[in-house]
Design a binder for this molecule. Structure first.
Ligand SMILES: [Zn+2]
Length: 314
């Protein structure tokens, strides 16, 4: 099909809106803002939707479950931290619809069920988190956000069998994965980040073992989480083959995945499920719960549940 000038311009405008919020690794340079090479990498997929005059589809594996570490978060359910991210994505969709009337759709591919067992979060907690996320996404004014989970991908009698299906049909060999973690810098840094999160999330006052044992255990589980996340990526790819794949992690320049921040503040590298929202005179910020408490922030409850903090004089 021939791209008309109108299509090219529209594709460019849609992509520029998204790339404004591109998440970049601090160590990597991208030529320009927005980055010309990243722009070019996503033109074919976005352009394909624009040519058909259909909503541009984005998939975002994210919003797994709340971190099990009470020093970071307020509880097990999505709270104001998630609401702010949903609001951000909703507004992004609205802005895209202003330059391209068919607009965009963001499908959150929640991955809590995919690796909940490896991070020590029970399945009922995953279910509760997903249910609340679905409510938040359904309530978003643009009507363009939705949720897709492992439970929607396949029907199985138990969640354990669902994960076995994922490993068997979409997994890869442990050896291949280890080689990639050694050889590919982006995978190495993702693996290291996972090790750090897994360590932090278990290093709570009630942890009885040694630091070295916890580090070893975190490295082992990081491989599992990485492997399952990638298997989930393949399920998502099969289910939404034309969609643009977003990621909450920084991606190499020109990569087919697009790293996206979930907010506009300087704290946006923190994800809602590893943090709490703190309302200041300057708007909301994300930080770890222990940090908010150390600053003397006051807890705000809504609908009988802890929602966020307020910080007076900040
Ligand atoms: Zn780039």
């Amino acid at each position: 099909m021939i791209h008309t000038l109108r299509d090219t311009t529209t594709t460019d405008r849609v992509l520029r809106l998204v790339l404004t919020h591109q998440r970049r690794a601090r160590t990597e340079t991208h030529p320009g803002d927005p980055c010309a090479r990243c722009l070019a990498a996503h033109v074919p997929r976005v352009g394909a939707f624009v040519e058909l005059n259909r909503p541009v589809e984005f998939v975002l594996p994210a919003f797994p479950v709340k971190s099990p570490n009470p020093a970071k978060v307020l509880g097990r359910l999505p709270d104001m931290a998630e609401e702010l991210a949903v609001r951000f994505l909703d507004e992004l969709c609205t802005r895209i619809a202003e330059v391209y009337p068919p607009g965009a759709k963001v499908i959150i591919c929640a991955d809590g069920r995919v690796f909940g067992d490896l991070i020590g979060v029970p399945d009922p907690d995953v279910t509760a988190y997903q249910q609340r996320m679905r409510e938040l996404l359904d309530a978003a004014p643009s009507g363009r956000l939705s949720l897709f989970t492992l439970d929607n991908a396949k029907r199985m009698p138990t969640h354990g069998m669902l994960r076995d299906w994922l490993d068997e049909d979409f997994g890869e060999s442990a050896e291949d994965l280890r080689r990639e973690v050694c050889d590919d810098p982006a995978t190495t840094s993702l693996y290291r980040g996972l090790c750090r999160f897994l360590f932090e999330d278990r290093a709570t006052p009630d942890y009885a073992g040694t630091r070295a044992a916890l580090q070893r255990e975190s490295r082992r589980r990081a491989y599992g989480v990485l492997s399952r996340s990638r298997a989930w990526g393949r399920v998502v790819q099969q289910r939404f083959p034309a969609a643009i794949r977003l990621s909450i992690h920084p991606q190499p320049c020109g990569d087919p995945k697009l790293g996206l921040l979930l907010g506009t503040g300087h704290d946006a590298w923190l994800t809602p499920w590893h943090a709490v929202a703190v309302e200041t005179s300057d708007g909301y910020r994300l930080m770890k719960r222990a940090e908010a408490e150390a600053l003397g922030a006051r807890l705000v409850r809504r609908d009988g549940r802890p929602s966020h903090f307020t910080l007076e004089g900040a």
